[in-house]
Unconditional design. Sequence first.
Length: 74
Amino acid sequence: MGRAGIVLGPEVSRPARNNTDRHRLPEICALTGTLVLDEDGLCDPLTSNDRLVLGMKGTMSGAELHLLKARLGG
């Protein structure tokens, strides 16, 4: 609805455990002009650099989950 000015979270790269849901947060925030704040700092999804940072954090989170599953399986 465009009423939130900022989304706060301890780790915004982990709202879900799959890539589809992880990429929705920056997209929705960019559409509404909402900032994203986590323990690493403030990101504005309207800027390309901040979108890249959020995307990389999400990708690294997914890789970490894969590695944890592999270790548990081993």
